[in-house]
Design a protein around this ligand. Structure first.
Ligand code: AMP
Ligand code: MG
Length: 336
């Protein structure tokens, strides 16, 4: 009897350990979607199946939200010349989040930036500095306040256009996390080209650790943030741009001037429960620069941030858990 009890207990312990090992096993998928490399890692028995569904969903969303794929919801809105265009639920959700971010940032984030992005050739393989007249004409066509989103669809005056490049990956990270949760996944880390979403805790226990890229040395990190059920998104001039006549032009445009944002920041990282908000705000904070980014953070309260300034400081908001990398050349300052 005693021996049987011991055997049963050992079996139960064995099963428990196997269960734990299965829960800790990390499964990953790598894909290219939304113009970026995507790595999705999840843990637990449902991980394989859930990640396959995530990869399928990403190509579906790309086909809806892409600015360049003909037939996407966005391309149809941009070609509609003022007509009402019905859009999918996801597109409406992304546009709604974009409009709300535009309002919050006074248009530093402006989803109707398409004519400018097009004038700079950022949607082609050959971006270039536009002629002054081209830039002036494009600038007149940028103003999110003319974008109308109703139950019936989207309406935008002729010549205007939307570009979800500054928010789509963040939206996708939220939706991927929804898919994973619905499938019973409790632990995952999603990376869509620097748009990171940390779901739950690490399988080993404790929060996920997300590196903040050193903008002066891509490939190394300036520090690490602890994250759980949170998005961490970074925008910076170093991420995309081109050089013409020895001048570097980057892809984050100031909707007020039409030029690449002349920022005193070299990167802006936003930490928020919402990936969409984190994505839009990281773009906006970069445009706004240090002083206005800080006053927006003080006013809003729905996000935290890490700003890296062009004079070598790292500004960390609130009680954000940020550990600078050893030997980092930046001086860390707390704000708030
Ligand atoms: P991100 O990498 O998230 O900072 O977004 C940059 C992308 O968003 C660019 O490649 C453009 O497609 C688009 N974009 C550029 N400037 C803005 C802006 N001021 N507001 C909204 N979207 C922008
Ligand atoms: Mg963004």
């Amino acid at each position: 009897m005693k021996t049987r009890c011991i055997i049963v207990s050992l079996l139960a312990l064995g099963l428990l350990l196997c269960g734990c090992a299965a829960a800790r096993k990390k499964v990953s998928r790598e894909t290219f979607a939304m113009d970026t490399f995507v790595t999705l890692t999840a843990c637990g028995p449902q991980a394989e199946q859930a990640l396959d569904e995530c990869v399928r969903a990403l190509s579906r969303w790309e086909a809806l939200l892409s600015t360049t794929l003909s037939g996407s919801n966005v391309s149809r809105v941009n070609a509609a010349a003022g007509a009402l265009t019905p859009v999918s639920r996801e597109t409406a959700e992304a546009l709604e989040a974009a409009i709300s971010a535009s309002e919050l940032t006074g248009g530093a984030f402006d989803v109707t930036v398409y004519p400018l992005v097009d004038a700079w050739g950022f949607l082609t393989d050959a971006p270039r500095v536009p002629e002054a007249e081209t830039l002036r004409a494009a600038l007149e066509k940028v103003d999110y306040q003319h974008l109308a989103l109703t139950g019936g669809g989207v309406r935008l005056p002729a010549g205007m256009g939307v570009d979800l490049g500054g928010i789509a990956k963040g939206c996708a990270s939220d939706w991927l996390a929804d898919i994973l949760r619905a499938q019973g996944v409790k632990s995952a880390i999603l990376n869509l080209g620097g748009n990171v979403y940390a779901l739950g805790k690490r399988p080993e226990g404790g929060k996920w650790r997300v590196g903040v890229t050193d903008p002066a040395e891509s490939g190394s990190v300036a520090g690490v943030i602890e994250a759980s059920d949170t998005a961490v998104v970074t925008s910076g001039a170093y991420q995309r741009g081109f050089t013409e006549e020895n001048v570097y032009y980057h892809h984050i445009l100031n909707p007020k001037t039409g030029m690449p944002a002349d920022s005193d920041l070299i990167s802006a990282t936003v930490v928020s429960k919402s990936g969409a908000r984190a994505d839009a705000l990281s773009t906006a904070l970069f445009v706004l620069g240090e002083a206005e980014a800080i006053s927006l953070w003080e006013r809003d309260g729905s996000f935290d941030m890490i700003l890296i300034t062009d004079d070598g400081r790292i500004l960390v908001s609130g009680a954000l858990s940020f550990t600078p990398a050893e030997g980092t050349p930046y001086r860390v300052e707390r704000i708030g």
